[in-house]
Design a protein around this ligand. Structure first.
Ligand code: URA
Length: 297
């Protein structure tokens, strides 16, 4: 089945199940990313000294043969790398992650289909009963950079968009300082529901939501991911090291069967609001990212 028909089928299926936030009109395509701007996987000598931009890439241990990568979808409920049970994946996301989406329009449609699943999700009983709405993700479906935060806060829960509260205002300033525009980036979180009182996401909640994050990464297929804070960094990369040890370098993340993605971890804007001195370190991280992307600051 071709991609368009598969998506149309998923949208029909979701609509039959009562999902009400599906697009009636196919959204306008946003300008595609420049094809020349997407290099292949970093050319890293195996077992030898690393050179060039890839010199700072440290691998997040590729799975041993037969082992599942942290980003693999579970076709039945299984235990993930943190020893937490991940629920069985929705058939719709299995279909989506088995396909490749090239145009911005195809990506938008696929993201809408996943957002429809998220809007109905009740995997985390507490979060589903306390949220005002789910906060799926926002931005360019064909972005070169994806930002991953922790979870929606009160303002995000009210507005349905990630990073629109106080931390989001600071994030916007960082984006502007990097000579980027917010709508050039794709922004989402580890969780799509607000934890009550903004508590840290529980491992089970992150495991429940991982399928949606995986689908978003698969569809957008970014070249770079920025993990804002330790929750994003440790969950994405299946890491235990603190953010202070993970920042300041590119880490390599292989998602499903896609090219490697360069991951930059840095301090969360909420942390910066409490610890303004750490802004210098975040700025160093952003300069590293911009330099690697070929953007002069
Ligand atoms: N903090 C996050 O990590 N994500 C948001 O969306 C808002 C605040």
């Amino acid at each position: 089945m071709n991609t368009k028909r598969a998506i149309a089928q998923i949208l029909r299926h979701l609509s039959a199940r009562g999902v009400t936030h599906l697009p009636r009109v196919i959204p306008q395509a946003v300008p595609a990313r420049p094809t020349a701007g997407r290099p292949g996987p970093p050319n890293r000598p195996v077992g030898g000294a690393k050179t060039g931009p890839a010199a700072t890439l440290s691998s997040t241990s590729p799975p041993a043969s037969g082992a599942r990568s942290p980003g693999a979808l579970f076709s039945k409920a299984e235990i993930d790398g943190h020893g937490v049970a991940r629920p069985e994946a929705h058939p719709e996301t299995i279909t989506i992650t088995s396909q490749s989406f090239e145009s911005a329009q195809e990506k938008t449609e696929a993201l809408c289909a996943v957002a429809g699943l998220v809007a109905q999700c009740k995997r985390c009983e507490q979060l589903a009963s306390t949220r005002k709405q789910t906060v799926f993700g926002v931005g360019n479906p064909d972005a070169r950079i994806m930002f991953i935060g922790e979870a929606p806060g009160a303002t995000e829960d009210k507005q349905g968009e990630p990073f629109v509260g106080e931390a989001g205002q600071l994030l916007n300033k960082i984006i502007t300082a990097c000579k980027l525009k917010r709508d050039e980036i794709y922004i989402c979180n580890v969780l799509r529901c607000r934890p009550p009182g903004n508590r840290t996401p529980l491992p089970q909640e992150a495991a429940n939501c991982r399928e949606y994050l995986d689908a978003q990464i698969h569809i957008v297929k970014p070249e770079y991911i920025v993990c804002w804070g330790s929750v994003a960094a440790q969950n994405l990369l299946n890491e235990k090291r603190p953010i202070g040890k993970l920042r300041g370098q590119f880490l390599e993340y292989r998602h499903l069967d896609q090219d490697d993605i360069k991951v930059l971890c840095t301090y969360h804007p909420s942390y910066l609001l409490r610890n303004p001195n750490a802004k210098t370190l975040v700025w160093e991280d952003m300069k590293l990212l911009m330099r690697d992307m070929g953007v002069e600051l």
